[in-house]
Design a protein around this ligand. Structure first.
Ligand code: ATP
Length: 429
């Protein structure tokens, strides 16, 4: 089988020229370059994918260095792993030295030595990802498919390459379910059996690697399908017993995608995923997945705010009260709670939802028109006095008591003479 036609058809011209140039330079060095992994699968499926992985039978780092010297590309090399990234203005190419791998123990990172393309393909996760296409001029476009990947694609099957695959690396369980749901494929019968048998092997995987796979899942168009399936298979529960992939998650993930300005969507999914957690659950989850500090803060804030939502359930709240109640929380946590609270008419948390929305769409953007410099010109001295005036102006603006610059000036001047008898902060501050 030759994929030259698909390569020419699906890859943008500029990208095509880059890989041909790299392959040409490799040939001069007596080396050979292949397209591998997801791009080959997607070329066969006819799906767009500009995320190119190249494997070099030779020395990928030296080749990449040479290419970088003769082009505009920026080079990022990992000599220890035999990998390099070439960053061009519009594209990024990943190059890896063809390698052989052996696993000392389940879940460990494999020991790696240089090898040929077939050695490189046998260490891969599934047959549909274990194909390569030659870029060399003498057999350009030739498919290398030692594990019947093309046939599995045609039969819509996800198949591991050997029975020890999931126990060698249980992240493949998460990856497999991701492909199953993305493409609407099925697990081949023995693969399905071994997947269920090896779910416990997830315990051998580091938090960073599990988190990385969840992030990968959260890049999917509909990650809720993957999460639901992971729940059905008992995979989620192995990661944390309180994780669920039910219809609530499905509905909220869908809503998150339709938010006008979502913060980082994958992080928002994380906040929704733990929405039903107790304090103990969340700490266990954060530790198990080694979640970075900023996201941990947002996830903890999500639950902290959830516990305080009843404070927002009063239609008489002034905008400034809503603002002061919410401003201490991470934006992601407020978005997660806005999504989680009900927006249907007649439901108990509708008011809460409206207040969260009001903060997200309006209140957080409200600024006074006057700044410190202008206040100084009005005779207000820098320091605590100015701080108070600015807070009072901001509060008045939030509550619609001042609208124009002139209103603000008048208010500021009236405050100048006074001794600030009232505290602008609401009672819970
Ligand atoms: P996607 O479309 O999801 O990005 P991809 O196939 O490009 O698919 P990557 O995560 O970028 O996925 O991985 C690139 C390739 O590396 C895969 O196609 C697969 O061959 C291989 N690979 C990735 N992770 C593993 C793993 N845990 N075990 C074995 N092979 C893997």
């Amino acid at each position: 089988m030759n994929l030259a036609r698909q390569i020419e058809q699906y890859l943008p011209q500029q990208l095509l020229e880059l890989v041909k140039d790299i392959s040409g330079q490799a040939a001069e060095r007596g080396e050979k370059v292949y397209l591998v992994g997801g791009i080959v699968r997607d070329l066969l499926l006819g799906y767009p994918n500009f995320d190119l992985d190249l494997v070099v039978e030779g020395d990928a780092v030296k080749l990449a260095q040479q290419v970088a010297e003769t082009s505009q590309a920026r080079l990022l090399a990992h000599r220890r792993f035999g990998t390099a990234k070439l960053r061009y203005e519009k594209f990024t190419l990943d190059l890896a030295t063809a390698r052989k791998e052996t696993y000392a123990r389940p879940g460990a990172l494999p020991a790696v030595t240089p090898g040929a393309i077939k050695d490189d393909l046998i260490r891969r996760d599934f047959s549909i990802n274990a194909m390569a296409v030659s870029l060399a001029s003498n057999d350009y476009g030739e498919l290398v498919d030692p594990h019947r990947g093309k046939s599995d694609l045609e039969h819509r099957l996800i198949r591991i390459l050997h029975p020890g695959s999931f126990s060698d690396d249980a992240t493949r369980i998460l990856r497999g379910v991701c492909y199953e749901q993305r493409f609407g494929f099925e697990f081949e019968a023995q693969t399905a059996r071994l997947l269920k048998r090896d779910i416990t092997m997830l315990d051998t995987i580091s938090g960073d690697r599990i988190r990385h796979e969840l992030e990968h899942i959260f890049e999917e168009n509909r990650p809720e399908l993957v999460i639901k399936r992971l729940d059905e298979l008992g995979v989620l529960q192995r990661i944390n017993p309180s994780l669920k992939g039910d219809s609530w998650i499905a509905e909220k993930f869908d809503r998150a995608r339709h938010l006008k300005k979502p913060a980082q969507l994958p992080s928002l999914y994380f906040c929704l995923l733990i929405y039903s957690f107790s304090e103990r659950d969340i700490e266990r989850f954060l530790a198990r997945l080694n979640i970075p500090a900023k996201l941990s803060r947002a996830m903890r804030d999500t639950l902290r705010l959830k516990a305080r939502l009843p404070l927002l359930d009063k239609s008489s709240l002034k905008p400034s009260e809503i603002y002061y109640l919410l401003r201490e929380y991470e934006l992601l946590a407020i978005q997660a709670n806005a999504i989680a609270s009900d927006e249907k008419e007649g439901t108990p948390s509708l008011i809460v939802h409206h207040h969260l929305q009001l903060f997200l769409t309006k209140l957080r953007y409200v600024r006074t028109s006057l700044d410190g410099e202008e206040l100084k010109r009005l005779g207000i001295s820098a320091g605590p006095e100015m701080g108070k005036v600015l807070r009072i102006l901001h509060k008045a603006k939030l509550d619609g008591e001042v609208r124009t610059r002139a209103d603000e000036k008048n208010l500021a001047l009236s405050l100048k003479a006074r001794d600030f008898p009232t505290d602008p902060e609401p009672p819970w501050e």
